[in-house]
Design a protein around this ligand. Structure first.
Ligand SMILES: C[S@@+](CC[C@H](N)C(=O)[O-])C[C@H]1O[C@@H](n2cnc3c(N)ncnc32)[C@H](O)[C@@H]1O
Length: 334
């Protein structure tokens, strides 16, 4: 029996978020009308300009909710981009051409700007009844720089048609807000190569600036988490081993200050527990998965809602009681 993994991205609307249109794009009223600004756009070391917190920000706070200026099928041509821009207001076109371009002299301007700033995400195609990948331009969201130990997550909200940006941990005033442009579980060499190939710059985030023993330890931890992420779903008939691997993965995630895969591992642990009818520990794991997904993706996201449903009724999971009864352990056990 293989535990099925669920995606924790591609989620729904954050609750109580009212949106309004400004300069052709819709951004959160929280951001526009709050008495105090949450972040400011300023020079940051080694990365040009970036977004910096102007006050302490709680884990899970919504920073921004923005629709794409336009979105296209992956790998668009320069003419696809020009055609999409032709549909935008003059003001939005000027804002687009003011975005940075890492491909000057290598690609035509519209395409170079697109490759420097575009974000990939999955949308639900209701006509075809499937999910498909698109790539879009977010005039505000493209101001976030990259960090391989990000403190911001982005989630596509398919109900409102906006990208939401939330904080992954408590953030002090003066700290830069970054999401990751590449796979955080890759090694530094792999990450840098990927960013260089895709975005044509060298990542200078604090994790990529590590050297010597610290770098080796970070690479080792990330590679181990990636290996465990692949191994855990294959432990369906060995739930005790599965939980042991999950515990190790969660410890390493904490040491690397990464949050991204925590909800997924907790959901795997929940599945191991329900399969052996250990509903007490199952509830503790799914509650943890729910808490994490509320922060990373919002309380109204698909993942958070699904986890909440299983928290209320763990016996309703399709794996419940599939293996002989046993008692495993919860997230707070040692
Ligand atoms: C989408 S823009 C982000 C905003 C940009 N810093 C600016 O000043 O307009 C992406 C560009 O920011 C810079 N950048 C972002 N993250 C970086 C990082 N981790 N290390 C070095 N440069 C970075 C690169 O020049 C990259 O092409």
């Amino acid at each position: 029996m293989a535990a099925s993994r669920m995606s924790t991205t591609g989620l729904d609307a954050p609750s109580n978020t009212s949106l309004k249109s400004v300069n052709g794009s819709t951004i959160s009223v929280d951001l526009l009308e709050s008495e105090e600004e949450i972040f400011t756009w300023q020079e940051v070391p080694d990365k040009g300009k970036g977004l910096v917190a102007t006050r302490s920000i709680h884990r899970g706070e919504l920073l921004l909710a923005e629709p794409p200026l336009f979105s296209l099928e992956p790998s668009p041509s320069n003419s696809d981009i020009l055609a999409a821009l032709a549909e935008c207001t003059r003001e939005a076109q000027s804002e687009y051409f003011a975005l940075p371009n890492e491909f000057k002299g290598r690609l035509l301007p519209a395409l170079g700007i697109f490759e420097t700033n575009a974000l990939y995400y999955n949308v639900h195609d209701s006509q075809r009844g499937c999910t498909r990948e698109v790539v879009g331009i977010f005039l505000h969201g493209s101001r976030f720089n990259s960090s391989c130990t990000p403190n911001v997550s982005l989630t596509w909200d398919s109900t409102l048609g906006v990208m939401t940006f939330r904080t992954l941990r408590n953030i002090e005033e003066g700290v830069e807000l970054c999401f990751n442009y590449t796979d955080v579980l890759a090694t530094k060499e792999q990450r840098q190569q990927c960013i260089l190939e895709d975005r044509n710059f060298l990542c200078r985030c604090s994790t990529c600036e590590l050297e010597g023993v610290e770098l080796a330890e970070s690479d080792r931890r990330r590679s181990t988490i990636a290996r465990l992420f692949d191994e855990v779903p294959n432990c369906g008939n060995e739930p005790t081993l599965g939980i042991r691997k999950i515990r190790l993965a969660l410890r390493l995630l904490k040491e690397e200050r990464l949050v991204h895969y925590e909800a997924s591992f907790c959901y795997d642990a929940f599945q191991f527990c329900v399969s052996v009818s250990d509903f007490i520990n199952a509830k503790a794991w799914i509650r943890r998965a729910w808490e994490v997904s509320c922060c990373t993706s919002g309380p109204d996201s698909n993942a958070a809602r699904t986890f909440k449903t299983y928290w209320a009724n763990p016996r309703g999971h399709h794996l419940a009681g599939g293996l002989p009864k046993a008692t495993l352990s919860g997230p707070d056990s040692r």
